[in-house]
Design a binder for this molecule. Structure first.
Ligand code: NAP
Length: 248
């Protein structure tokens, strides 16, 4: 029996990077996958095909996670298409890095909306379905930067720290209904995006990590698999760092 057999997951921001890795690992482990993207329609179609080849139901939806009404409409559509929602992974996120002196009000608000308000939007939208079935696992993607802070990323750090406070509160509110809510805080994860960075700089980052390498989307996806499955049935309100020991 596969770990997520018969479960339906919503994963936001899965057209590339970590979200794509989670969608793939979930499909391999038997989950039906509803995923979202912001603008990468072609990549989403490719992913839909790849996931379906694993013998599960898979569908991509263009939906802006920072928009309250779109998030509600998305969950309604997923429930109509898939019948239920067992797992929610709030993964969609952006950066607009700058020093405080240079950061604009618009860039602060945008990062909070896409990274933090989105988590509120989607969690609220799935709540009714999960309450009805008296079970659910919600996994929110924070960052080591949300735990520790980072110069030049005050907007991003605030959004990611906010996710931790929100998630612990939801764990307390919904625990009695068997709905769990946990956080993953990835460190440096190597994706298509980081492949474009200067190799020497990236090697410096790798050398500073106790496990001496950057993480992969699969490293994060495996932690999500654990938190989504019944293997973690007694775990809620926790933050799991997936960072190669970076914050140790
Ligand atoms: P990424 O490669 O930039 O992918 C971001 C994904 O989010 C894309 O699928 C994108 O869709 C989607 N997205 C962006 N804005 C959205 C919106 N408003 N509504 C719905 N979807 C939206 O990012 P990543 O590196 O995989 O990171 C994924 C998550 O992990 C983020 O929350 C990030 O903060 C967190 N994280 C990443 C790292 C790292 O080292 N990579 C470290 C710590 C935490 P489109 O393709 O359509 O634009």
């Amino acid at each position: 029996m596969k770990l997520l057999e018969g479960k339906t997951a919503i994963i936001t921001g899965a057209s590339r990077g970590i979200g794509r890795g989670i969608a793939t690992v979930f499909a391999i482990n038997g989950a039906n996958v509803a995923f979202t993207y912001s603008s990468s329609a072609e990549a989403a179609q490719r992913l839909e095909k790849e996931l379906s080849a694993e013998g599960v139901k898979a569908k991509g939806y263009q939906s802006d996670a920072s928009d309250f009404n779109q998030s509600q409409a998305l969950v309604d559509a997923v429930v109509a298409d898939f019948g239920t929602v067992d797992i929610l992974i709030n993964n969609a996120g952006i950066t607009k890095d700058n020093l405080l002196m240079r950061i604009s009000e618009e860039d602060f608000d945008k990062v909070i909306a896409v990274n933090l308000k989105s988590v509120f939007n989607l969690t609220k939208a799935v709540q009714r379905t999960m309450l009805k079935q008296r079970s659910g696992s919600i996994i929110n993607m924070s960052s080591v930067v949300g735990v520790k802070g980072n110069a030049g990323q005050s907007n991003y750090a605030a959004s990611k720290a906010g996710i931790i406070g929100f998630s612990k509160s939801i764990a307390l509110e919904l625990g009695s209904r068997n709905i769990r809510c946990n956080v993953i805080a990835p460190g440096f994860i190597e994706t298509e995006m980081t492949a474009k960075l200067d190799e020497k700089t990236v090697q410096g980052w790798r050398d500073a990590i106790p496990l001496k390498r950057g993480g992969s989307p699969v490293d994060v996806a495996n932690a999500c698999l654990f938190l989504a499955s019944n293997l973690s049935a007694y775990i809620t309100g926790q933050v799991i760092n997936v960072d190669g020991g970076m914050l140790t």
